[in-house]
Design a protein around this ligand. Structure first.
Ligand code: SF4
Length: 222
């Protein structure tokens, strides 16, 4: 699909999902705190957002801000977050990231992609989410739901699962310039309707524009 068609399709997706999901927000309860979003996103790898929200009640009760976690004992942090898996690596990452934010950025989570990517354990998905949700900048939050939904809609080959390549393709449309709202709607849609195993195509608001549903030859009208 070329850029023009991709842009046109995205405009339809934006309009319909905005109507379908008027509330578009991150499933992580970070209470508007950029540092908490950074930490919670790191913890959410291979774990549900609901579980991260639950674990972080105890974590943030004991370590409520960047400085507190920067000075934390990694073993104690690992004990608290143990139920979410990969807890030793994640504990080391979030303590290290807090130290870096404190020492290099005075406790303020940076706003540029390069600075965010320089923090321990922070990848493009986390960086995009922070830029979009906190700084309302261009954000393509390329998680597994995002990749599946837009592949099925025909934006790129369904077998393509390289998040960096997909981000580049989608960024080229200029449709993701104003924060992460569209991404949140797509993720919610992927969780509730266009699920990986059994998409609910019969009740899908995008079924008439979906290449997966209509067949590989289907294209939007010129
Ligand atoms: S029609 Fe089916 S495959 Fe296509 S976007 Fe909707 S739920 Fe997903």
């Amino acid at each position: 699909m070329n850029r023009t068609k991709r842009k046109r399709l995205l405009a339809i997706v934006r309009e319909r999902l905005s109507a379908h999901y008027p509330e578009a927000k991150c499933a992580l309860n970070y209470e508007g705190d950029p540092w908490r979003l950074l930490i919670m996103t790191r913890l959410s790898a291979q774990c549900t957002d609901a579980r991260v929200n639950e674990i972080c009640k105890e974590l943030f009760a004991k370590y409520p801000d960047c400085e507190a976690l920067a000075n934390a004992d990694v073993e104690d942090v690992a004990r608290i977050i143990r139920p979410i898996g990969l807890f030793r690596m994640k504990a080391a990452n979030i303590v290290d990231a807090s130290r870096e934010v404190l020492l290099r950025f005075g406790g303020r989570v940076p706003s540029s992609m390069d600075e965010l990517l320089s923090l321990p354990g922070v990848g493009r998905k986390t960086a995009n989410l922070i830029i979009g949700d906190i700084y309302e900048g261009p954000a393509v939050v390329c998680d597994t739901h995002f990749m599946t939904v837009f592949a099925r809609l025909g934006m790129y080959p369904e077998k393509l699962r390289d998040a960096d390549k997909i981000e580049k393709i989608m960024r080229d449309t200029d449709e993701f310039l104003d924060g992460a709202e569209l991404c949140h709607r797509v993720v919610t849609f992927g969780r509730e309707v266009c699920t990986a195993r059994s998409p609910l195509c019969g009740s899908c608001p995008l079924s008439d524009i979906c290449r997966h549903r209509l067949g590989k030859e289907a294209e939007l009208d010129e």
